[in-house]
Design a protein around this ligand. Structure first.
Ligand SMILES: [Zn+2]
Length: 444
């Protein structure tokens, strides 16, 4: 009997009833388990560059990694092609599913493709070229956009920092009903599990973040540091909706993996995820719509930055920046439009060195300690209380409280990207790749 190692990537598999790629992947896991697959990793949920405009639902791509009998391996793609057709109901226009199948080792070119897909834009043509030059079997429907994510998912083995997500799915038929997940149970879960979970609750609003809002089969997803953590956490969650299936994913969520490249202002391109290191060159101003605008420059140029309204209290931090502060902006690059040039959407900021904040005040009267008034142009100061005169005096510089620290500031959890490294995870790295999987990582 010949056994093959298979890496199966899939992306952009949405259904008209609100199905999504992770849900589809759970159906594939069930099928392959029945075919005798031996799983060598948890399904990998790979988030790609979040700035790409057509990825409207933040839908992650999935890679499945397993060993299977060679005779079965041959049947995988034909079976998936049929499953996809049924899942998306063919004439659904907004979905462009892609599936790729790599046997054995992952080609270096695919790994490099993956590294690029997390912070740059990649064309469908380039994905097709990589598939062709490495003779990778694949299936695509529609315009083939899903090939980009599926190839990028396969190429990312999550050997660096990674996290886990437990996802509970309801039946696709109940996708349009409201989710009845009890907030109290989620708050209790969060209190008990502590730092083993992240991004479950928004601290300012106390709103739970585990249940999405769209019409899809995801009932809730719990993010945490280990597979045991997310599985135990799920036992706290109370809900009236019935759970049809559940699965644990290993993921790059919460790792900040998209923000690894420091880019000069002159080299920024639309939709890039970049770190921009420079000096604030324009004091922040509030603009219409509740947004805050400031500017940053480096040796290559300068650019406007914005903290948009949905980033909530993060705007208050940004508004305290001053010209001369040195900072590292976590940026999503917005293309130029009719009303503005290329702009950075700030999704975090590290203040490296605060500039001195001061204002100039008149000196104090030496005899009665009141602040002096101007005695007229070029004539120094006088005291209106006691008549003291100081014709030689000059204004004195008074240092002001900055109200900022040299540290990392992020928008609140409710406004963070899936990939954002949240404050809870600031100094945490899970680099140990699991050697065996714990029981109950998927049901059925
Ligand atoms: Zn006086």
């Amino acid at each position: 009997m010949i056994i093959k190692e298979i890496h199966l990537g899939m992306d952009d598999i949405d259904s008209p009833r609100g199905g999504c790629t992770t849900h589809f992947a759970s159906l594939v896991v069930e099928m392959l388990s029945n075919w005798g697959a031996l799983w060598i990793d948890y399904p990998n949920l790979i988030r790609l560059n979040p700035n790409i405009p057509y990825r409207t639902r933040g839908n992650g791509a999935v890679a499945l990694r397993f060993k299977i009998e060679a005779s079965k391996a041959r049947d995988i793609l034909p079976a998936l092609e049929k499953m996809i057709a049924e899942y998306i109901e063919m004439d659904y226009p907004n979905t462009n599913p892609g599936v790729v199948l790599v046997e054995g080792n992952i080609p270096v070119e695919v790994q490099e493709f993956s590294e690029r897909a997390i912070w740059r834009t990649i064309s469908i043509a380039i994905a097709k070229r990589v598939l062709e030059s490495n003779s990778i079997q694949h299936v695509c429907i529609g315009n083939g956009r899903g090939l980009i994510g599926s190839l990028a998912a396969v190429g990312n083995r999550l050997t660096q920092d990674h996290t886990y997500e437990f996802i509970a799915y309801r039946s696709p038929e109940s996708s349009n009903q409201p989710r009845r997940v009890y907030e109290d149970s989620v708050i209790e879960m969060n209190r008990t599990m502590g730092e083993r979970l992240f991004s479950s609750i928004d601290p300012r609003t106390n709103r739970m973040l585990i249940a999405p809002h769209g019409p899809d089969p995801v009932l809730y997803g719990i993010r945490g540091e280990g597979p045991e953590d997310v599985i135990s956490a799920a036992s706290f969650v109370q809900s009236d909706s019935s759970i049809e299936r559940r699965m644990v994913f290993r993921s790059n969520q919460g790792t900040g993996a998209h923000l690894k490249h420091v880019v000069y202002v002159a080299d920024l391109r639309p939709y890039m995820a970049a770190l921009v290191h420079g000096v604030i060159d324009r004091d922040p101003i509030a603009i219409e719509g509740g947004h805050v605008l400031f500017g940053i420059g480096d040796c290559s140029g300068r650019i406007d930055c914005a903290a948009y309204e949905p980033t909530g209290e993060f705007r208050e931090t940004v508004a305290r920046l001053r010209k001369g502060d040195q900072a590292l902006v976590h940026a999503a690059v917005r293309p130029a439009s009719r009303t503005h040039g290329l702009t950075l959407n700030a999704e975090g900021i590290v203040i490296i060195k605060l500039a001195k904040r001061s204002k100039l005040l008149n000196p104090i009267c030496p005899s009665c300690s009141k602040r002096l008034k101007s005695a007229g142009r070029g004539q120094g100061f006088k005291c209106v209380n006691c008549g003291f005169k100081n014709p030689e005096g000059a204004k004195i510089e008074v240092l002001l409280d900055t109200e900022l620290e040299e540290t990392v500031y992020l928008p609140p959890p409710r406004a963070q990207r899936h990939l954002t490294r949240p404050l809870e995870r600031l100094n945490r790295i899970n680099s140990e790749v699991p050697k065996c999987l714990i029981d109950e990582w998927h049901i059925p």
